[in-house]
Write a protein that binds this ligand. Structure first.
Ligand SMILES: C[S@@+](CC[C@H](N)C(=O)[O-])C[C@H]1O[C@@H](n2cnc3c(N)ncnc32)[C@H](O)[C@@H]1O
Length: 273
């Protein structure tokens, strides 16, 4: 089941992920005057980073509330960027009209990756680039988010429950956006080559509890909590989930004096061969 990214407060996570957008924009070279698309822009991290470098930016996202936040941030920073509601499977942008398509942990949530690839290829200019980030599976985020997914599966029986973190490897039409071979298979039919870099993002908090309080505002956590609230034993279920999440979060802590986890992600760049 799809998730409504407008619920909860994705802003809290968006702040933590902003350094990734800076990395992506830093990798792509001069942007002044160039048309750029931030696909799955959320609260506008990559869009605003590109606009700050003079790009002519369009941000696209299905979540209208997040686009409002992005517009507010652009205004507060005195940056010019257009934000439009849309989906990766039908990008509201003309053919070959952008020199750079960026998607920072955005298109990876598309339920139809084949359509998303076709659309990104359609909108990018002949000598343009498509840059997509994805989390590498198996790291601390997988441990913590996977704990929530498993719990929801137990409570609601079978599958992932009502609102779950992505587990692309299990879905029939999925694309492993971090995997060079899978990306090659997806893009090669369009005459594109793909290069994949690995990067890391550190999350620092005073404690595991503080980290979890932050992630509790994430749309997936808020949707899961709303589903649990429908159950007569909601209080017990919430307490059990909280305790399992704390154990999982503590199991991946790298800092005995506080709380630190290091998440690894990929930056894939596709361009016409
Ligand atoms: C983890 S957030 C990343 C947001 C932003 N790029 C950032 O770095 O903070 C995922 C974003 O992907 C968007 N998204 C989910 N499904 C999508 C789809 N099918 N097409 C485009 N964007 C989608 C969500 O609305 C959300 O804003």
């Amino acid at each position: 089941m799809g998730i409504d990214w407008g619920v909860g407060r994705y802003e809290a996570t968006g702040e933590l992920l902003a350094p990734v957008s800076e990395v992506v924009v830093g990798l792509v070279g001069p942007l002044a005057g160039r048309p750029v698309l931030d696909l799955g822009c959320g609260t506008g991290n990559a869009a605003l980073a590109a606009a700050a470098r003079g790009a002519v930016v369009t941000g696209v996202d299905p979540a209208g509330r997040l686009l409002e936040v992005a517009r507010g941030r652009a205004a507060a920073q005195g940056l010019d960027a257009e934000f439009v509601v849309g989906d990766a499977a039908g990008i509201p942008v003309k053919d070959q009209s952008v020199e750079l398509v960026m998607s920072v942990f955005g298109v990876i949530f598309s339920p139809d990756p084949a359509a998303a690839v076709a659309e990104m290829v359609r909108v990018v200019a002949p000598d343009g680039r498509i840059v997509v980030t994805d989390w590498l599976p198996g790291g601390p985020l997988t441990v913590v988010n996977g704990t929530a997914a498993k719990f929801m599966g137990e409570v609601f029986g079978g599958g992932d429950g009502p609102a779950q973190p992505r587990d692309a490897a299990d879905k029939p039409k999925s694309l492993a956006w971090h995997d060079p071979e899978a990306l090659h298979a997806a893009f090669a039919p369009y005459g594109f080559t793909v290069e994949v870099l690995r990067k890391s993002l550190v999350f620092d908090n005073a404690s595991a509890e503080e980290y979890l309080a932050h992630s509790a505002q994430h749309p997936m956590a808020v949707s899961a909590d709303a589903a649990l609230s429908q159950r007569p034993d909601a209080a017990e279920l919430r307490a059990e989930l909280k305790s399992r999440l704390l154990a999982a979060a503590q199991s991946v802590n790298e800092d005995p004096e506080g709380y630190r986890i290091t998440a690894h992600y990929t930056v894939a760049t596709a361009r016409r061969a």
